[in-house]
Design a protein around this ligand. Structure first.
Ligand code: ATP
Ligand code: ZN
Length: 319
């Protein structure tokens, strides 16, 4: 536990108490900037250079997909978030935006509390804004509103900061990080074909970056006892695969890309239909930009100029 102005912060959100040598080295080198909160970092220009190059590489990799580009702020509508059932599976990860909704008197109380180090948040009320938990979440209601999908279905390209309340000392597990995704909406066959294509393309991309990698079956961290059963069933049905790169630990490689088949989950929730009036199936490939960037710094060193020429060419000299 550490003390701050507001009193005692639970250890879980305090950055200072723990040691992680990779994170400390990144902060020391100035690539990440510590904020004093676990999993919340600033980024240096060099770090962002890599993020931008990865983003552009993903665009080139998906150039033939005729994907529709949609960009949302890192937040979504609370009613849509509620409808998405995210709270059923992952209440522990969600982040809601609260604002001060009191009058003069309540304002005085906030100032007093800040002065005396008491809890000042009693008049903070939930707004209609929730932080985006995965880049694809704002897309389904938008596509649903347009009516049935065309015969070839749709591919949507999204890129967003995402929030997950999973404070950690491990720099690859951040609370705010960027996710680039291609989302496929259509028939089960279209989704399955898209997913195998992207497992292949994703592997090619990471090979090009000369990072050790493997593909493995995975599951999402569903909450609670019931969640264990859902996670098991997700595995049994081969719904989620990840591309893993050893970053933080050689024994426990980190998921940097994920390849997901949601079956008819979002189609049913949002009433998305195929051109012949069946419930649409969906899937997505997600790229974790911070994790990929950290993977590159881990394996090729903190100085971009000393990275293998082949890797730099793949990122910056591709003409
Ligand atoms: P994990 O299993 O490590 O919790 P995930 O596979 O469940 O991650 P997804 O929900 O599939 O993550 O998200 C897509 C991508 O976003 C991941 O492949 C990863 O690269 C990235 N990502 C997920 N959570 C984080 C995080 N806390 N910090 C940084 N990147 C993350
Ligand atoms: Zn997704």
């Amino acid at each position: 536990m550490i003390q701050n102005q507001q009193g005692t912060l639970p250890d879980a959100i305090a950055d200072i108490a723990g040691v992680n040598s990779f994170r400390d080295a990144l902060v020391e080198a100035g690539l990440l900037i510590s904020t004093g909160v676990r999993g919340l970092f600033g980024r240096s220009g060099q770090f962002e250079r890599v993020v931008e190059a990865l983003d552009a590489l993903i665009t080139r990799l998906g150039a033939d997909q005729q994907a529709e580009v949609l960009r949302f702020p890192p937040a979504m509508s609370r009613p849509e978030f509620e409808h998405s059932e995210y709270l059923k599976g992952f209440p522990q990860l969600a982040g809601t935006v609260h604002s001060f909704c009191g009058g003069e008197q309540e304002h005085q109380r906030v100032l007093q509390c800040l002065d005396s180090g008491e809890d000042w948040t009693e008049n903070q009320k939930p707004t209609y804004v929730v932080l985006t938990p995965a880049a694809c979440y704002p897309v389904y209601p938008v596509v649903a509103q347009r009516g049935p999908l065309p015969e070839q279905g749709r591919i949507v390209d999204v890129f967003s900061y995402c929030f997950r309340h999973e404070p950690s000392l491990d720099p690859t597990r951040m609370q705010l990080f960027r996710m680039r995704e291609y989302i496929r909406l259509g028939t089960p066959d279209q989704i399955m074909a898209f997913r195998s294509e992207w497992i292949e393309r994703g592997t090619r991309m990471i090979d090009l970056l000369e990072l050790p990698n493997s593909i493995d079956l995975a599951n999402d961290p569903f909450f609670g006892r019931g969640g264990k059963i859902v996670a098991r069933s997700q595995r049994e049905q081969n719904l989620k695969f990840e591309l893993l790169i050893p970053i933080e630990s050689p024994e426990k490689p980190t998921a940097c890309l994920s390849f997901n088949y949601h079956m008819d989950h979002f189609g049913l929730l949002w009433g998305i239909k195929t051109h012949d009036a069946e419930v649409a199936h969906t899937g997505c490939v997600g790229f974790g930009l911070e994790r990929l960037t950290l993977g590159l710094f881990k394996h090729h060193g903190f100085d971009i100029d000393t990275w293998p020429k082949t890797v730099r060419d793949a990122l910056w000299d591709h003409a």
